[in-house]
Design a protein around this ligand. Sequence first.
Ligand code: 1GP
Length: 246
Amino acid sequence: MGEVLKFLESAKAKGQKLLAVLIDPDFGTDEAALERTLQNACMAQADLLFVGGSLLTSASFDRCVALVKRWSTKPVVLFPGSPSQLSAHADAVLFLSLISGRNPELLIGHHVTAAPTVKALGIEAIPTGYMLVDGGRTTTAHYVSQSSPIPHDKPGIAAATALAGELLGLRTIYLDTGSGAPKSVSPAMVAAVRATVDLPIIVGGGIRDAEQARALCEAGADVLVVGTAIEQDPEIVFALSEAVHG
Ligand code: 1GP
């Protein structure tokens, strides 16, 4: 097992919740802002840096990952929106299967394209059941994946989907309403998935404040991923970190 998955599993076993700061690779073109965000993440004791996005508009992905690695002591994990979002500077990649959708390209197609590069780069691949959940509007992730999200008020569908992922041998479950979603996944949905699977549960999309973060951790999330709120207010990472670690 790779080091990052070991870290996630051992934190879960000890009941330690983790905060991942999501860096949008396009945001990395403003290097001063990126450095400030990473300094804050470091001072706030965020546990992981995720890098990725559903749609890249700049060509500087590899440079962004290299800068994140240089300016941080925490594991750098790719959260790729496409097989081109791979970099040798990362410690690991979430090898995502979009199990909430029925788009074969995102269940196996992109994986075939990406696998030889992942192997050649020597980065750890973490088999992840990725589940898009309706968060109140169509996000870029929903649109680009051409898949229907799980309805926000159907925790049973989320639990059954996560269980199928666990039985297929996936090692983490990622529940996401998509970047900038008006609503996060509900604590009720997280609790239903927690009651059904024993895997580390990653939750992201639309998390904006400490109260929300606390409720999701109490419901059973192991890792919270926050991007937009920290981009909009870099200081909020301190309150989020306190909520997650407290
Ligand atoms: C999106 O889970 C991430 O895939 C984070 O979402 O940008 O809304 O925090 P936000």
